[in-house]
Design a binder for this molecule. Structure first.
Ligand SMILES: Nc1ncnc2c1ncn2[C@@H]1O[C@H](COP(=O)(O)OP(=O)(O)OP(=O)(O)O)[C@@H](O)[C@H]1O
Ligand SMILES: [Mg+2]
Length: 290
């Protein structure tokens, strides 16, 4: 019984469990408003093939940024072929990333996992929330993210040299990691790190207006709401409100929900269950949307 590596069957693209394969269109990158010099840094890192770690709170633009950059870089010389994103979770194993044998009728087929696909085809591989994955995944990431640029595929006895266009990008949110789930130094010191945070008021206004379609004044009020809630330190809030939630509020308002109500359901109730924090946020909501 011949054991053949499964070549990239178009029907499997993007449908493999737990990951997403994006075709890149350099002429239509998803909207991203730069906050600082992150675009230049990422481009330089890609040219030097330095792996990138994106660090920052939930809903502040990390995923959107990678998508935007992947599309842009695809149009440049020796750019990436695709963007392959894996949402990491606590059951994600090394085999989920590298691949596995599949028994189908009377055949055994090897199916490349998303990391292997990316390394073979010259994609940008984005491992989202990497600290959530099982420990055995770091063994795979290390040789791929230093000068070796290779992926050991133990089950096949193969040492895959990464395609020249391949780049590994990982993300993590330092806010709610337990000590055990922190990134190990041997991992983090293989990446350059771009820190993300909530955008400043004017930029967040622009993002909310663009993404939600709400008018400028509403977007500005929502951005102000965001800034004020993030200042509510000590009110039991684990994490500030994300740009994502502010956009949701804008979308509700755009769809005829009264602003104060939209802020309550999209922001206050989504953020916390703590009565004290809720009351504190309510005060801010009422002040902005009287
Ligand atoms: N700088 C930005 N330019 C354009 N859109 C942005 C920007 N920052 C945030 N957004 C908007 O906020 C939404 C949430 O951002 P995104 O999904 O990229 O967050 P994230 O940092 O990946 O969050 P998580 O850690 O939860 O995955 C995006 O869908 C986008 O609409
Ligand atoms: Mg994300």
């Amino acid at each position: 019984m011949a054991i053949e590596p499964k070549q990239f069957d178009a029907s499997l693209r993007g449908t493999h469990e737990g990951h997403e394969v994006k075709r890149l269109d350099p002429d239509n990158p998803p909207y991203y408003l730069p906050i600082s010099d992150e675009v230049e840094i990422f481009r330089a890192a890609y040219r030097a093939r330095l792996p990138v770690l994106l660090k920052g709170p939930t809903g502040c633009g990390k995923t959107r940024f990678v998508e935007h950059m992947a599309h842009k870089l695809a149009g440049e010389h020796d750019g990436p072929s695709e963007l392959i994103t894996v949402a990491c979770h606590e059951d994600l194993t090394g085999s989920d990333l590298v691949g596995r044998y599949l028994i189908q009728a009377d055949q055994t087929l090897w199916i490349d996992g998303p990391l292997t696909q990316a390394a073979r085809r010259g994609a940008i591989c984005y491992l989202d929330e990497i600290v959530e994955a099982r420990k055995d995944t770091t063994v795979l990431i290390h040789p791929l993210s230093d000068h070796r640029r290779m992926l050991p595929i133990e089950k096949r006895g193969e040492l895959l040299n990464a395609h020249p266009a391949f780049l590994l990008v990982i993300s993590y949110n330092p806010g709610y990691q337990s000590i055990q789930k922190n990134l190990k130094h041997s991992t983090r010191q293989r990446f350059i790190t771009i820190e993300f945070n909530y955008p400043p008021l004017e930029k967040e206004t622009e993002i909310i207006a663009h993404e939600s379609g709400a008018d400028r004044d509403t977007a500005e009020q929502l951005a102000l709401l965001g800034a004020k809630i993030r200042n509510l330190k000590g009110a039991g809030l684990e994490e500030g409100v994300s740009t994502r939630l502010l956009i949701y509020a804008g979308e509700l308002i755009k769809n005829d929900i009264a602003p104060r109500r939209a802020a309550t359901v999209a922001v206050t109730w989504s953020l916390t269950d703590e009565p004290e924090s809720k009351a504190a946020i309510d005060e801010v909501v009422k002040a902005i949307f009287p």
